[in-house]
Design a binder for this molecule. Structure first.
Ligand code: F6P
Length: 425
């Protein structure tokens, strides 16, 4: 715990990594939280395109945004200030980046840093929290959790996940009705590819579409379970023979037993992650080649994580709450922490927010436990369903204008630059 600053200091908020339907709700939580802590927080700036805005001194003046815009962020998907896949390396590998960030912080008297992201971003947040000591600049750094992948440890779930889970469960249920209607004379197999990288939480959420054994989806392919082609094809055939059709939800991170992804786009992002995508058509083609069934496939891709129109109310509330809590922690002088969601009960779902150390969160991936997946590896168990069900609960529809959701757009007024030097990222 660091002593709270004696005079107000400015704050820097940045969005990081893949965006979600509710990351802006966290932004609204941070912004509205900062407003009630004026004794501690002077101005609040956002990084244009995340940490890249910090490094290039491209800061957005939040004070120039209207209260109505900030309120509307709560129902606006994606990153209103711009996000970035940009990883600060270790201090010893690229000291220049840290020195630059501190130079920008110093120039704008930034004493608080709120970093809204997933695993890699929590690692960056931790490193930035440490540079205060190393480079002699006091900075209080708090991570704000976000990732559709739901793979951060120590928190019951990650803001962003509940809404994707709801979208995937709803879409699976709806598409299953379609294929069931057509199956007798036409399409027999529908494949839905979902995100999640190495963790099968989103794929598992597809399982919520069914209520009893045999309901679609009849097959879920998880990254946690090595792909067994023969068992998979047998299961698809069994479903088509028995139900007339088969619905498959496949995670983009599904791997062969030797660890290779079924579909890898061949490119890598700044974090060194393989870009995934395309496993849906691979699976559909396999079914066609080996079993001869007519198929349709869909890649949910950005549609799933941008789908604010069908967001989970629980998710929106949690996203906002972690933003507010982050500010409360920072003004109390809590450094290098992240607000985590703690489940108090599942039915009814009750939760609270508590701080956890960034050091225990950074770079740890929480995968779907084996007892959440059925013994055959193709479905979800009752305990998984109990865990997931409350996370998709409740609707929080955005306002509509002319038949379309009315989303916020920020003015994005730039803060006057103070440094003479440029920084190329
Ligand atoms: O990290 C979240 C995530 O949505 C993953 O599930 C997905 O693989 C990845 O982002 C896609 O990232 P990008 O939008 O940078 O291609």
């Amino acid at each position: 715990m660091r002593k709270p600053a004696a005079r107000p200091r400015n704050a820097f908020y940045a969005q990081s990594g893949g965006v979600t339907a509710v990351i802006n709700a966290s932004a609204a939580g941070v912004i509205e939280g900062a407003r009630v802590h004026r004794r501690h927080i002077g101005k609040l700036y956002a990084g244009r395109d995340g940490i890249v805005g910090g490094l290039t001194e491209d800061l957005i003046d939040i004070a120039a945004e209207s209260r109505a815009t900030i309120k509307a962020l709560r129902h606006t998907p994606a990153g209103a200030f711009g996000s970035a896949r940009f990883k600060l390396k270790g201090l010893d590998q690229n000291r220049a980046e840290y020195e630059r960030l501190i130079e920008v912080f110093r120039a704008h008297d930034i004493g608080y840093f709120f970093y809204n992201g997933g695993n890699d971003s929590m690692d960056t947040a931790l490193k930035v929290s440490q540079i205060g000591a190393t480079l002699g600049y006091p900075i209080t750094c708090v991570g704000v959790p976000k990732t559709v992948d739901n793979d951060l440890p120590l928190t019951d779930c990650c803001p962003g996940f509940g809404s994707v889970a709801k979208y995937i469960a709803v879409s699976t249920r709806e598409a299953a009705l379609d294929v069931a209607s057509m199956a007798r004379t036409s399409t027999k197999v529908f494949v839905l590819e979902v995100m999640g990288r190495n963790a099968g939480w989103i794929a598992a959420a597809g399982g919520l579409a069914g209520e009893k054994a045999g309901d679609p989806p009849q097959v879920i392919l998880f990254p946690e379970i090595a792909f067994d082609e023969a068992a998979f094809l047998a299961r698809v055939k069994q479903s088509v023979d028995g139900n007339g059709y088969c619905v498959i939800v496949v995670s983009e991170g599904t791997k062969y037993p030797d660890g290779r992804f079924l579909a890898e786009a061949g490119t890598r992002d700044a974090f060194g992650h393989a870009q995934l995508g395309g496993v849906g058509p691979v699976i559909a083609q396999l079914v066609k080649d080996r079993l001869g069934y007519k198929y349709h496939w869909a890649v949910a891709d950005y549609l799933q994580r941008a789908a604010r129109h069908i967001a989970s109310k629980t998710d929106v509330e949690q996203a906002y709450a972690v933003g507010r809590a982050a500010v409360d922690y920072a003004v109390k002088g809590m450094n290098a922490v992240m607000p985590a969601i703690i489940r108090k009960s599942s039915a009814p779902y009750r939760w609270k927010i508590e701080p956890v150390p960034l050091a225990q969160v950074a770079n740890v991936e929480k995968k779907v436990p084996r007892d959440f997946i059925t013994a055959d590896g193709f479905g979800i168990t009752a305990s998984c369903r109990r865990y997931l069900a409350p996370l998709i609960a409740g609707e929080d529809y955005p306002p509509y204008r002319n038949g379309l959701p009315a989303y916020a757009k920020i003015r994005g007024k730039a803060v006057k630059r103070k440094l003479r030097t440029d920084f190329v990222v």
